[in-house]
Design a protein around this ligand. Structure first.
Ligand code: NDP
Length: 474
């Protein structure tokens, strides 16, 4: 049965939760030719939404109760849930349970923790269930988000015509909506996307910090730099908007708007979940972890002010790096961060026995989502050559890294020397230097562990030594 013509005059799709994302998604679905029934907890929101839908209102059926919503959709029904992650989702699933049949399908399109999606999939709901990450903010939801779905392939196939119609399209025309894998795989990939988003934003903020505090540049000059970088390898949504926000003027005072914005950022959960999950998977993602840490430190304004009063302000204005070094540092940092993110996804695939298609994930991120960038095309290509190979070992990115690492080294060194914090860029560089060192330093750790814990150790000749001849044994 086609979702845009159920043969009954009723829509085949419904949506619960007409907030920022749900409202925009419903309009997008209606605009692409799919009639849709909608319901919102606060009834006045539904009425206003319908009244303001303009010509799309004729494809939207507003309903007053959950039972009305279900009755308004032709079976087998598909209902998109767009409410806050957590208890609100469980409450709605419980409320829908007596109303839906086994062929009906509920799609949780919020930012659920993928463990919750796994739990819900396994709970034996009396209807079919997909967990789906949606990225792109309100604008994306309205005109083309990136969509990462998890659950049974048959349920994805049923929704694919709608979801691919509303999704963003990459430059080659491919819809940025795909099935990531079973159970919570879609929400897992969305969480890693958000972790990378944190990291991309943090690294951009770090280059901004060096320009502002190390090179004495004003917001306008900084904005022009970002705009220039956006014409090269770094072309991306986040660099583009960093130029726009740097160039914006304060409507009250008239100066650069960026200069009067409080320097404290929150973190809503997905970045933190990614960092926690990486630890569970023993998958190193230090750039993302540094970005989550940096947001938490940013929120401690009073403590930071006390620190500056005690230790003095970091010496700036004479840092020996150029904007070209900063551009190179951002290119290298970005490659290192994505290499970590994709390696984490690969580790999750093994851990959870999910056949995650890494090139497909890179392709879904090419448009619509917050981390969309020109580089993702090349990443999809490199991952397609060998999905099991870390991106830093792919010849294309090795070439990029050889060119950009000297800039990253100069920037990180200058930051350390002058007291300008670069947690994400420095974390990326330290990880890279470990990853390119065949003989590391963990032999010292192993010897220490054996000394106090009798762990034994493995010798380079392959022999397992039961215990070392340490001085405390005698
Ligand atoms: P909003 O706060 O704008 O809207 C929340 C919606 O959920 C409202 O319609 C609200 O109804 C409804 N709601 C809240 N609590 C309940 C409940 N207990 N039972 C039923 N309905 C409830 O949120 P967003 O649209 O921003 O976010 C929705 C989901 O999408 C979240 O999971 C979010 O993390 C995710 N998301 C958000 C993005 C964004 O950029 N905003 C981007 C990607 C994902 P009412 O009008 O009655 O309050």
């Amino acid at each position: 049965m086609a979702m845009n013509d159920t043969g009954s005059g009723k829509p085949g799709i419904g949506l619960i939760g007409l907030g920022t994302m749900g409202g925009a998604l419903a309009l997008n679905i209606a605009e692409k030719g799919f009639p849709i029934a909608v319901w919102n907890r606060t009834a006045s929101v539904t009425t206003e939404f319908h009244a303001e839908a303009g010509p799309l209102a004729e494809r939207i059926v507003p309903t007053a109760t959950l039972a009305d919503l279900v009755a308004a959709i032709a079976p087998p029904r598909a209902i998109i849930l767009m409410v806050p992650a957590g208890p609100a989702v469980d409450d709605q699933l419980a409320a829908l349970s007596p109303l839906l049949g086994p062929d009906d399908l509920v799609i949780d399109a919020g930012n659920a923790n993928f463990h919750d999606t796994n739990r819900r999939q396994a709970a034996g709901l009396p209807f079919r269930f997909l967990g789906m990450g949606v990225s792109g903010g309100e604008e994306g939801a309205r005109h083309g988000p990136a969509i990462m779905a998890g659950g049974e392939a048959a349920d994805w196939a049923r929704m694919a015509p709608v979801l691919q119609a509303i999704a963003a399209k990459a430059e080659d025309g491919t819809p940025c909506a795909d099935h990531m894998g079973p159970a919570g795989a879609g929400h897992f990939v969305k969480a890693v996307h958000n972790g990378i988003e944190y990291a991309d934003m943090q690294m951009i903020a770090e280059t901004y910090g060096i320009m502002r505090d190390g090179l004495g540049m004003g917001a306008t000059g900084i904005g022009q730099c970002f705009a220039r970088w956006n014409e090269g390898v770094l072309r991306s949504y986040l660099v583009e908007i960093s130029a726009a926000v740097s160039l914006a003027r304060d409507p009250v005072g008239g100066g650069p708007l960026l200069d009067i914005i409080v320097d404290a950022a929150g973190q809503k959960g997905t970045g933190r979940w990614t960092a926690i999950e990486a630890q569970n998977l023993a998958a190193p993602i230090p750039v993302i972890e540094a970005a989550v840490m940096a947001r938490n430190v940013s929120a401690r304004r009073a403590e930071r002010a006390a620190g500056e009063a005690l230790y003095g302000r970091a010496a700036g204005k004479a840092v020996d790096v150029t904007p070209d070094d900063l551009e190179a540092a951002l290119i290298a940092g970005k490659i290192l961060c994505y290499a970590q993110g994709f390696a984490m996804i690969s580790a999750a695939g093994k851990e959870f026995s999910w056949a995650l298609d890494l090139p497909a994930i890179a392709r879904v991120w090419r448009a619509g989502c917050i981390i969309r960038s020109a580089m993702l095309n090349d990443m999809a290509g490199a991952l397609a050559e060998d999905p099991a190979r870390n991106l830093i070992l792919a010849p294309f990115f090795a070439d990029h890294l050889r060119r950009s690492l000297p800039g990253l080294r100069r920037v990180v060194s200058a930051g350390a020397l002058h007291g300008l914090a670069l947690p994400a860029l420095a974390a990326g560089l330290a990880w890279f230097d470990m990853m390119r060192t065949a003989r590391g330093t963990a032999n010292m750790i192993q010897a220490q562990r054996d000394f106090f814990g009798l762990h034994g150790f493995e010798r380079l000749d392959g022999v397992k030594a039961p215990h070392g001849p340490w001085a405390n044994d005698t």
